[in-house]
Design a protein around this ligand. Structure first.
Ligand code: ZN
Ligand code: ZN
Length: 139
């Protein structure tokens, strides 16, 4: 668990049991989670935790840039760990689950954009939409 300690140290955020638990929930999850989903999982660890505490903790972690807040356009934020690895998201339009996918096709495209526009490019966003196996009824 040294990793998570380093992560707190690097961010300047004081580590508490609750903050650590919420980060661990997000670390263990294959999908980005909404505050309610985090709350349900946090309740399994600590049955006394309340939704307000979860919201507050998430906002705090986000303000230290330890979490990314993602808006997929359904008025409900999803959260993920702000790690340094670059990846993209695929979102199921059925259940609104959001998965991380490895690999990025954009760097070549960026060089071509740079050549066309003379922009100094600092990043990009790419999201893929579809229906997960469960929502296709193939599971
Ligand atoms: Zn789905
Ligand atoms: Zn990319």
């Amino acid at each position: 668990m040294n990793d998570i300690k380093d992560f707190f140290a690097a961010s300047g955020c004081k580590m508490t049991k609750q903050r650590k638990a919420i980060l661990e929930i997000l670390m263990d999850s294959r999908t980005c989670l909404s505050a309610e989903e985090i709350f349900i999982k946090a309740k399994n660890i600590n049955p006394n935790i309340c939704l307000t505490t979860v919201y507050r903790t998430i906002e705090l972690l986000a303000s230290y840039r330890m979490l990314n807040k993602i808006d997929i356009g359904d008025n409900k934020y999803r959260y993920e760990i702000n790690s340094n690895t670059h990846y993209h998201h695929i979102i199921c339009m059925g259940c609104k689950k959001m998965f991380k996918v490895q690999g990025c096709p954009v760097p070549d495209f960026e060089s071509s954009i740079r050549a066309q526009t003379k922009f100094k490019i600092i990043g990009h966003r790419l999201e893929v939409y579809g229906y997960c196996p469960e929502c296709q009824g193939t599971v």
